[in-house]
Design a binder for this molecule. Structure first.
Ligand code: PMP
Length: 351
C-alpha cells in the first residue's frame, strides 16, 4: 500500500513559479503595528478579539488542534472557508483551464462538477455501481494523459454509504495524479479516516469539514489534509486572510467541547437507526439504502409527489430522483427526535 508521485511535476507551471503575496503579518506580528493599514481606533462596538486587526494568515493554533484531533502533523493540515474552498484551490493548483480533466463518480456531491465548470476543467464521469460502489478498473481506464484529479466521496452524498477502502486504494495506487477523498461525513461512519494513511500516498488529499459532525456549518471551516508539499501549495494560492478570527476562535472552542460533539454524534446515530427502522415499515417505501452518514437515501413510489406534499406540510427534504441509479429517491437529513417525528407525521398523512 504505497504511492509516491512527483507533486511539483503535477502542479500548473504558473502556480509552481508563483511568488505569493506577502501580507504584513508574514513579516511582524508584534509591536506597534502600523504596517497593515488597519484601524488602530478599534471596532465600532466592544470587542475582546482585536477585530480591528487582520487574522493570522496561516492559522497555526487552529491547525495544531485539528492535527492533534486527527493524529496528523500541523504541516499536513490546511484550513479554508468550507471544504468548498479547498475543492476550488485544488482545481486552481493542478488543473490548467481549457486543457486538463478530472474524474468524478456520480451520483455524488455536486460541487466537484460546478467547481470544474467554474475553472473550465473537463469532467469525465464514471458511474458508481447500482450498489453505489466505485468501479476502480473503469476509473483507471478513463484516465487520460491530462487527467489531474479523481474525486471520491466517502461516505458519499447523496447515497450515504462508504466506499470500499480496497477500491479507494486501487485508485490511489493506479493513478499518477491527485486523489481527493471527501470525508465530510466521516464521523458518522463505521469506517476510519484515510487521514491516517497520508504518509503512504503522496497523491492523497482528504477533505473534512466542521459543518457536519461538529455542528458548525455557520462558521464555514473546511479542512484539507495531505502531504506537506500539497499543503504548502494550498497556502501559497489561498487568499492571505481566508479564515477569519471569529471562525478560528469558534473552531478552537469546539475542540474543548468534544464531549458535546460526541454526544450529538451518538444522538444522530441513534435517531438514524430509529428513522431507518420506521421507514422500512411503510408499504410505499421500496428500499432504504445503507447509511454511514447523517442522512438516509430511500426509494419511494411517486417520490416527486411525496417530496412536494411533505414540503406543503412544512417539512423539507431533498428529491434526488434525477441522479443516476436514484430513480424515485429522496434524501432525508437526520434531525432531532421531534423533527424526525414531524417528518413521519407528514409522510403518514400522504401515503
Ligand atoms: N462535501 C460533501 C460531500 C458535502 O455533502 C458537503 C455539504 N453538503 C460539503 C463537502 C461542503 O462542506 P463545507 O460546508 O465544508 O463547504
Amino acid at each position: 500500500m504505497n504511492k509516491q508521485i512527483n507533486i511539483d511535476g503535477l502542479v500548473r507551471d504558473n502556480i509552481r513559479n508563483l511568488k505569493p503575496y506577502r501580507s504584513a503579518r508574514d513579516d511582524f506580528d508584534k509591536g506597534i503595528l502600523l504596517d497593515a493599514n488597519e484601524n488602530s481606533f478599534g471596532a465600532p462596538f466592544e470587542d475582546n478579539f482585536e477585530l480591528n486587526r487582520y487574522p493570522m494568515p496561516y492559522q497555526e493554533e487552529l491547525r495544531e488542534h485539528i492535527a492533534a484531533f486527527r493524529k496528523v502533523n500541523r504541516e499536513n493540515v490546511f484550513v479554508g472557508v468550507g471544504s468548498d474552498e479547498a475543492i476550488d484551490l485544488l482545481f486552481r493548483i493542478f488543473c490548467n483551464p481549457g486543457k486538463d480533466r478530472v474524474i468524478i463518480n456520480p451520483p455524488t456531491y455536486g460541487m466537484y462538477k460546478v467547481s470544474a465548470n467554474i475553472n473550465d476543467v473537463a469532467v469525465d464521469e464514471v458511474l458508481l455501481t447500482e450498489g453505489f460502489q466505485l468501479q476502480p478498473e473503469k476509473i483507471l481506464a478513463a484516465v487520460q494523459p491530462n487527467t489531474k484529479i479523481i474525486f471520491i466521496c466517502s461516505p458519499n452524498n447523496p447515497t450515504a454509504n462508504s466506499m470500499n477502502i480496497s477500491d479507494v486504494v486501487k485508485v490511489l495506487e493506479g493513478f499518477e495524479g491527485m486523489v481527493v477523498v471527501d470525508e465530510a461525513y466521516i464521523d458518522f461512519s463505521r469506517q476510519g479516516s484515510l487521514a491516517n494513511n497520508l504518509a503512504d500516498f503522496s497523491n492523497l488529499v482528504v477533505l473534512q469539514t466542521l459543518s457536519k459532525s461538529f455542528g458548525l456549518a455557520g462558521i464555514r471551516l473546511g479542512i484539507a489534509m495531505a502531504n506537506p508539499e500539497v499543503i504548502s501549495y494550498m497556502m501559497k494560492v489561498k487568499a492571505p486572510y481566508n479564515v477569519n478570527k471569529l471562525t478560528s476562535r469558534t473552531a478552537i472552542q469546539a475542540f474543548s467541547n468534544m464531549e458535546n460533539i460526541i454526544k450529538n454524534i451518538n444522538s444522530i446515530l441513534e435517531e438514524r437507526q430509529r428513522v431507518i427502522d420506521k421507514l422500512i415499515t411503510y408499504d410505499a417505501v421500496e428500499y432504504v439504502y445503507p447509511t454511514d452518514a447523517n442522512f438516509v437515501l430511500f426509494k419511494i413510489q411517486n417520490a416527486v409527489d411525496i417530496y412536494k406534499k411533505i414540503a406543503e406540510e412544512g417539512v423539507i427534504i431533498r428529491y434526488r430522483g434525477n441522479e443516476p441509479h436514484c430513480e424515485d429517491c429522496l434524501r432525508l437529513t437526520i434531525g432531532t427526535q421531534s423533527e424526525n417525528d414531524r417528518f413521519f407525521k407528514a409522510l403518514e398523512k400522504i401515503v
